[in-house]
Design a protein around this ligand. Structure first.
Ligand SMILES: Nc1ncnc2c1ncn2[C@@H]1O[C@H](COP(=O)(O)OP(=O)(O)OP(=O)(O)O)[C@@H](O)[C@H]1O
Length: 755
């Protein structure tokens, strides 16, 4: 569409009309607008009076000339012409299936394309269903393509700069003054040669890229003309995003993955049978029926094909009937039939009201002609932007007419790649000129905040967001169910973990066989008993902390995708993971302690030993989870394992007595969970002393000539004292709680602040 400066002025004027003369909106005004909205809900779609405060439905704009960015359009101070109106019904029927562009009831010659921002005030014939309260509308429908209220995203001056490594290396403009819009009810494709900046633009708009390292990003982005920071989690939640890399739970099936999304993201009042029907219809629309109950699969688990996985990712987002859908190369890896099928689905989604934006590489002509709009990127700049049907005339006007019987997508890519930027510039591509945006409804400035200091934009977003989705208990139950299925289905991982535990326990148990029952009358016996106990403790630490450390970085993409698309809260995710971990660890430690306890013949009480080893395992996993939440890369997690274990072993007192550690380092022992577990277990095993110690005559005497019980001596060496046992328990539990809470905090910050 063509937004010229004249049109921008029109938009600004309309904004003023819509919002009265004061901008930004005040809370009071917002209330009055709410009232009008509800009144409108009752007016059964009769918009002949053109109530200027109602949310508007952008029309499918048609124009032959004056494309958005057409230099002629930019230079002329032209009065915008009135828009031709079509009813929703007419529009839908026109858009159904592949758009053949045959809707000749629209004056394409003179009708300059209009900005389809939310403040556009023309009264498009929106049905009452379209404007009904979102939650009730969605709850009662079992149609994945039910009408919904869309949103329009506008952006200007989007720049992404890669700073040079040093003064000699110049900065690189990865995105250079990029502008555009994604109107509701339309499909917009971003095309361009490899490295043109398609994914970068999509990521910036979806809030998945931010100033960081050598990359700096600036942008002016409007959601329904509210100035927004796309990286804000509240903004991100409005956008269903399908990334290029599928991040799905590998042990779920497509049916379960789509159901999981529908159950947690649709209004809680949605009847179960509607959810089931929705999922069924979504699977059918995406051609996933035949693999609906096969595992998604991953590196180690055989599952559905790459194309099926991609369609599942799309289904997971579309099933919740989002207002905005962004997709990064949704057709990559799909055969041509599946690609067309997917594009038809996207088209239906747009017809239902959503704004759809996606990147795509050289689509077939059938697919290309089905898009409504095109953004053609080249070397980080916008080479063309407008209606797809205007592409041939635009390229003809700029000296690159589309040859007959040529796929237009191939042709425009050919033009973009075969000509230098200078040549294309000379030919008039890369429309220039400053593109103004109308005054935003609110800003983050002081005047845009209410008395509580909450920005009006946040009010708007929060109000707009459906808060009737399931609460924490449903989230916990859904997440726990999925975890249980994951454990049952990922037999390799669970089997490996338990297999290794059994193997190592047997190895240690056999090597130290019956050592625990030997009389404590020699140094070697006593040392062996001590060694056996330390081995059991270390084994529990290694065997449980390692999987916990690696679990989150591996699951991170799934968590971040689901969290950023409002599946569940961080607390629900954290709690469900904790419960599963606690359960699996309890079983694992039980197996380990049963084998070692009876093979070695420890003197401790079985239950006490089990609780001590389990407590160590849980507090070690808490530290591991904290580290795991702080890092992004599973490989880095592997490399961090020594950081987790080595200091613990060094400070626990069995390699070097704590009193021999330099004073300035000695404090670190108090942060090591192993220190406390060793003290508790040793007191339990040797706390009664060695009644028959060293009968062969070798005795140890202290400086005063008193005979020293070697068991007490051993406890003393590691700083253990039976009087401090409760204190040791307390610190162990406190460390566990501190690590867990810090991990929760880190996870919350990571999830909301950074993608
Ligand atoms: N974080 C980054 N650091 C350095 N360079 C980057 C970064 N992100 C993007 N780029 C560079 O920006 C340019 C555009 O990248 P982008 O991935 O957006 O291109 P694209 O059009 O999506 O390409 P493709 O079609 O090959 O996926 C590329 O040259 C890429 O190397």
């Amino acid at each position: 569409m063509a937004v010229t400066e004249a049109e921008d002025q029109e938009m600004a004027t309309k904004t003023t009309q819509t919002e009265t003369t004061d901008s930004p909106r005040t809370p009071e005004k917002k209330k009055s607008i709410k009232k009008k909205k509800s009144k409108k809900n009752l007016d059964n779609g009769d918009d002949e009076n053109g109530d200027e405060n109602r949310p508007t439905t952008p029309k499918k704009k048609k124009s032959k000339k004056k494309l958005y960015g057409n230099d002629a359009a930019e230079s002329e101070e032209e009065k915008p012409k009135p828009k031709k109106k079509k009813s929703m019904k007419q529009k839908s029927s026109h858009k159904d299936g592949m758009d053949d562009g045959s809707s000749e009831d629209v004056d394409r010659t003179n009708n300059q394309e209009q900005p389809s921002t939310a403040m556009s005030t023309s009264g498009e014939g929106r049905s009452s269903a379209y404007t009904r309260k979102k939650s009730s509308m969605l709850a009662v429908s079992d149609d994945p393509f039910a009408l919904r209220e869309g949103k329009t995203l506008l952006w200007r001056n989007v720049n992404m700069v890669l700073k040079g490594k040093n003064e000699n290396e110049p900065d690189r403009m990865l995105l250079n003054n990029v502008w555009g819009e994604v109107p509701e009810q339309q499909t917009t494709a971003i095309m361009g040669p490899s490295g043109a900046g398609k994914t970068s633009l999509l990521n910036v708009l979806a809030g998945r890229a931010k100033t960081r390292g050598r990359i700096s990003i600036t942008s002016d982005v409007r959601l329904n003309n509210f100035a927004v920071d796309p990286t804000n989690i509240n903004v991100r939640k409005h956008i269903a995003f399908v990334a290029q890399d599928d991040s799905l739970q590998t042990t779920s099936t497509p049916r379960e993955a789509i159901y999981f999304s529908a159950k947690l993201r649709l209004p809680r009042t949605t009847p179960q049978k509607n959810l089931d029907k929705l999922v069924k219809k979504m699977l059918a629309e995406l051609g996933l029926e035949s693999c609906a109950d096969t595992f998604v699969g991953g590196q180690l688990l055989k599952g559905i094909s790459g194309g099926e996985r991609k369609r599942t990712s799309v289904g997971v987002e579309l099933v919740v009937r989002p207002a905005m859908v962004f997709l990064d190369e949704p057709t990559s890896g799909l055969d041509s039939f599946s690609a067309i099928q997917l594009c038809q689905v996207l088209k239906k989604v747009a017809n239902a009201g959503s704004s759809v934006l996606f990147t795509i590489h050289q689509p077939a002509s059938e697919i290309f002609n089905a898009f409504d709009r095109l953004i053609l990127m080249n070397k980080g700049r916008v080479m063309f932007q407008g209606l797809v049907e205007d592409v041939p005339s635009y390229f003809k006007e700029h000296n690159h007419p589309l040859p007959k019987k040529y796929n237009p997508a191939d042709w425009i890519m050919n033009v973009a790649q075969a000509n230098s930027i200078k040549q294309l510039d000379d030919d008039g591509f890369f429309p220039k000129g400053e593109r103004m945006l109308p005054e935003p409804y609110t800003t983050d400035g002081v005047e845009g905040k209410d008395e509580l200091g909450i920005t009006l934009t946040e009010h708007h977003l929060a109000e707009d967001f459906d808060d009737s989705t399931p609460g924490i208990f449903t989230q916990l139950s859904m997440l726990s169910n999925r975890e249980i299925k994951n454990i049952r289905r990922d037999t390799a991982a669970v089997g490996g973990r338990f297999g290794l535990t059994i193997f190592l326990s047997l190895l240690v148990g056999l090597i130290f066989k019956d050592v625990g029952g030997q009389p404590r009358d020699t140094v070697s016996n006593l040392n062996s008993q001590f060694g056996a106990l330390i081995m059991v403790l270390l084994m529990s630490m290694f065997g449980t902390a390692q999987p916990a450390l690696l679990a989150f970085p591996e699951e991170r993409p799934v968590f971040l995708r689901e969290y950023s698309t409002s599946h569940y809260s961080v607390i629900a995710y954290f709690m469900s993971r904790f419960c599963m971990e606690a359960f699996i660890t309890a079983l694992q430690i039980l197996v380990q302690v049963i084998i070692t306890y009876f093979l070695i013949g420890f003197q401790s009480n079985f239950i006490m030993l089990y609780v001590a080893v389990y407590s160590l395992a849980m507090s070690s996993t808490a530290l591991a989870v904290l580290l795991g939440c702080s890092i992004e890369d599973p490989k880095l997690g592997q490399e961090m394992l020594p950081i987790l274990f080595v200091p613990q072993m060094l400070f626990a007192g069995f390699f070097v007595a704590p009193k021999l550690i330099p004073v300035w380092l000695r404090w670190a022992q108090y942060l090591c969970t192993l220190t406390y577990a060793v003290r508790i277990a040793l007191v339990e095993e040797f706390g009664d002393g060695c009644p028959a110690f060293y009968p062969n005559g070798t005795v140890i005497e202290d400086e005063a000539g008193q005979v020293v019980d070697p068991c007490y001596n051993l406890l003393d060496n590691v700083g253990a004292d039976s009087d401090d046992t409760w204190w040791n328990w307390l610190v162990l539990v406190a460390l566990f709680a501190a690590f867990r809470l810090t991990a929760l905090f880190v996870l919350q910050r990571k999830a909301t602040k950074f993608f």
